[in-house]
Ligand binder design. Sequence first.
Ligand code: PMP
Length: 449
Amino acid sequence: MVQEETLKAYISRTPKSKKMWDDAKRVIPGGVGSSIRCFEPYPFFIDRAKGSRVWDVDGNEYIDYIMGYGINVAGHAHPAIVNAIKEQIEKASVYTMPHEKSFWYMKELLRRFPMVDMFQFANSGTEATMHAVRAARSYTGKDKIVKIEGCYHGVHDYVIVSVGPPIGKAGPKWAPTPVIESEGMPRDAVKNTLVVPFNDAEAMETLFRRHEGEIAAVIMEPIMLNSGVVLPKRGYLERVRKLTEEYNIVLIFDEVKTGCRVAPGGASELLNIKPDMITLAKSIGGGLPLAAFGGKKEVLELMGPNGRTWTAGSYCANPLSVSAGLTCLTKVMTNKAHRYITDRGNDLLKGIKDMVEDVGVTAKVKGVGPVGYIFFTDVEPVDYRTAATTDAEKAWEFWFNMLNRDVIPWSPSLLDEWYVSVAHTKGDIAKTIETSGKALRTVKRIFGA
Ligand code: PMP
């Protein structure tokens, strides 16, 4: 439980949000448009956002590190993107017919991800991973997929498995029991989803041997950003790449969070690994819904007009999202901008690491370029189970103490991370580090080291 004085401060800052939430929850489940946005005692409501800042309906101004779960790599309402959207909306938002910008857009994605021959459009990360898995199944003629415990790939059946399972239900660490995360899925969906721990190539090989000839794909986040920030150990992804080749299994890197962020060409570029397929969303749309999945020509063409596999969507490649995304990727997220978010991210990471040490709190601070996270634990986070040792009470106390001091350190959930955008200034980073010192001192006062 968060301390009473901390909650009181939050409640006294956010009376209008409370009122809006009370109204909203009568018509929307939990009063929020996506269930993970709700938190105790109630979520605060946003009025507007610009650059690195958001303002809530009570007039509080925050430095924002949720950044739309990383969607806003360009910051909120970047003027170039706003202009692109204005220009396009005058020409309409959806044609459901081909248009030229979709070509220029995919040329840019292919420039960033040269291991891929073709990309196809989708509207969200969920759609992109759903299509990628289907493409891999169609290509290989096999049903089973392998996912990593603690990775998240959206909400379609087969991947809502072992995302954040209770450890008591999750079986042995090296051979996790697949845990369905959602009622309403067919029970046997899980028959086709096998689960392995992150950073354990031996466990993966054992599974491949046991299910030889049955597995279509491995889908994974190359840097696990849905369990805090869990980095791949040296050599792990190389082994995964080799094993998937040996066993003829399609390797899908889900770069929805890492793509066009940790490097221009995502984690694949940063870590120099070539997966067979890549899924992208979030930062690639300049703030509007836009996603893509890519792979070899022979795989992607299975989903073309003459292919045997369905993919479609009324909003796919809509010119409004494509305009925002094209401007974001070609005008805003230049190599220089990528260096900028990496540098500011590294400043923040170092500053918070130093602060944790100065204050004397037990924690592991992990990050890669513009993303980072504080695990309140003395256990090195190498997979979901070690990441989940983070002390939830300390994490929430820290979170509210940052919030009450006008910084949103990450989204209101355990094991999410901060996102630095091009709009975050050196001043924002310095203020955040200073504020984290105050919040960490409170955590120490309440819980001890
Ligand atoms: N894959 C990954 C790695 C994600 O982090 C997410 C969302 N956080 C998704 C897929 C699903 O994306 P969306 O919310 O756009 O459906």
